[in-house]
Every structure is written in C-alpha cells, then in structure tokens.
Write a protein that binds this ligand. Structure first.
Ligand code: ZN
Length: 193
C-alpha cells in the first residue's frame, strides 16, 4: 500500500488518486490517513466514538464555505486515524451508520400516519414516478422507509422554518427527504434508468 503525505491518503497505485502526485511512498503503520469528512457536530461525535474504542482519531476543521444568508461558517471536520486502525475505524463507521438507519427507520414507521406533503408536490412526484408510486405518494414513502438501505440525518437546510432536520432515505428505486419534526415529505427523487 502506498501513501501520499500531501493528501493523507492510502492507495494501491503509482500515483495519488486525489492530487495526481507521484511523490508517494510505502505506507507505515503510524501514518495518519483521511477516514471521512462530516459536518462539524457529527464529525466530533464520530471521533469520540472511535477514541472510546481505542482508535486515536485526529480532527481538523475544513471547508471555508459561508452560508450566505446568515454569514455563518459552514464548517466540516476531517477525521484522520493511523493506518494500523484504518480498517477497524471503517468498520465502526459502517456499524454506526447501520444503527442510525435502524433508529430512523423505527421513528419514521412509528410516525408513518403523520407523513404528509403538499398537493402540488404530490402531483409532481406522481408524474415523475412514471407509475412507480401509483396514486399515493404517502403509501409509497412508507414503503421506502421500510425498505431503505440507508437512512441518515442530513442536518438542516437553511431557509427552513422550525427545527426539523432532513431525514434522507436512500432506497433502490428512489431517495426521499422527510422533515424529522413535521414528518412532511420534502422531496422524492427517482433514480434515472
Ligand atoms: Zn495526494
């Protein structure tokens, strides 16, 4: 396995896949590698879970975008772990994502009778679905929640009223976004064939 000191990346090719650089060397057990990049709060939470499992994890702020409306920094965290812990850290991330999926699935299914959407959006989704969701977008979304491969908290979208988060349900046929507080279906996008 090779390593790029510039990108903190591990890879198996003569060039760094991130920067295209050729200044690569054999990776060492203690080289810190970029594990993932997340929103600040989530990134710190994940780093704490890893440290709690005896994986040294270093975080670094990244992303200097600014939310134009509120002029708040849109801050992310990059997470780094030593190469010797990399594969264990990946496994933890996967387990955390699976636990989160099941937590949201349970929440959405328990509250499925509160799912709703505007008539205008319903019409639009029925049309876009080309028959996939029949006449009931709500029924379709319940199924989507039950079958989704992954459900995650997408954080808040600025300009939104209330304190709900975007719950994103990724299923084979479509991706739905649901407001966690109001249970309003905000969008359904179908995979292109
Ligand atoms: Zn690189």
């Amino acid at each position: 396995m090779k390593y790029c000191e510039n990108c903190f990346a591990a890879f198996d090719s003569p060039r760094c896949p991130l920067c295209g650089g050729r200044k690569v060397r054999e990776i060492k057990e203690d080289d810190y590698c970029l594990l993932t990049e997340r929103a600040a709060a989530e990134g710190e939470m994940l780093a704490d879970v890893l440290r709690g499992n005896e994986i040294p994890c270093v975080t670094e702020p990244s992303g200097c975008g600014v939310r134009t409306v509120m002029a708040l920094p849109l801050e992310n965290r990059k997470l780094f772990v030593p190469w010797r812990c990399f594969s264990a850290a990946r496994t933890y991330l996967r387990e955390i994502a699976e636990a989160e999926t099941e937590k949201w699935r349970q929440y959405l299914l328990e509250n499925a009778d509160k799912l709703h959407l505007s008539p205008k959006l319903e019409k639009k989704i029925v049309k876009k679905s080309r028959g996939a969701c029949g006449e009931s977008v709500i029924g379709f979304c319940k199924n989507l929640c039950a079958l989704a491969e992954r459900i995650e908290d997408g954080g808040t979208t600025y300009g939104r009223l209330g304190d709900g988060h975007d719950i994103i349900c990724y299923a084979e046929i479509a991706t739905a976004i649901i407001d966690s507080a109001t249970l309003e279906i905000l969008s359904v996008s179908f995979k292109k064939h």
